[in-house]
Design a protein around this ligand. Structure first.
Ligand code: 3AM
Length: 177
């Protein structure tokens, strides 16, 4: 039986997703093994929650509803590989303060709802390959601007070749229309 898990994430709009994919393709080609993550699954995980019962799920949503809005502009401008986790990724050289603020707010609010406090370093990234043990030289990428207007709660189903993700709820972050 497949398990069901929830996580908070930044979810790109369609144009940003396509722009990320154009940059990801060349980087994915540098993977010697593993599998490429399909573009429809691209995201930045904010906080993985694990399997939650309905009460915890509602508590997580209440916490998210208290997170303050802020404008976040990301520039995804480099690629890398973590051999420990076998993850191939795209990320921002400069993680903007409003993104760190969003994460801090979310973790504080989750803490207030009884979720464990997290002090582990967080390295925001878009996973574009999994099970990658080796890469040839990684190409540089063209910067992709990502105007973040929302964050989302995602349900993840394992089981097939790739995880299946479903956005179950979203919270607006833009400070103006
Ligand atoms: O897609 P990325 O790499 O951001 O690695 C998992 C994935 O991250 C991570 O949560 C995201 C959605 O599945 N994840 C899975 N299990 C995890 C765990 N036990 C985990 N992160 C922390 N602890």
């Amino acid at each position: 039986m497949s398990s069901e898990r929830l996580f908070f994430a930044l979810w790109p709009d369609e144009l940003t997703r396509q722009a990320l994919f154009r940059q990801a393709e060349g980087v994915q080609a540098a993977a010697v093994d593993g599998k490429s993550v399909p573009a429809e699954n691209f995201h930045i995980t904010l906080r993985f929650l694990g399997s939650l019962d309905i009460d915890d799920w509602r508590r997580a949503e209440r916490a998210a509803g208290r997170v303050r809005k802020r404008d976040i502009e990301l520039v995804v401008d480099h690629a890398g590989h973590w051999s420990e986790t076998r993850v191939l990724w795209l990320a921002c050289q400069d993680v903007p303060d409003p993104l760190l603020g969003l994460l801090a707010d979310l973790n504080t609010e989750l803490g207030g709802e009884g979720f464990e406090f997290r002090s582990r370093p967080w390295r925001p990234h878009v996973t574009i390959g999994r099970g990658v043990t080796q890469v040839t030289e990684l190409p540089s990428i063209e910067p992709v601007r990502w105007a973040v207007t929302r964050f989302v709660l995602v349900r993840s189903e394992l089981g097939g070749r790739h995880s299946e993700y479903e956005v179950v709820r979203e919270w607006d972050l833009a400070t103006s229309d």
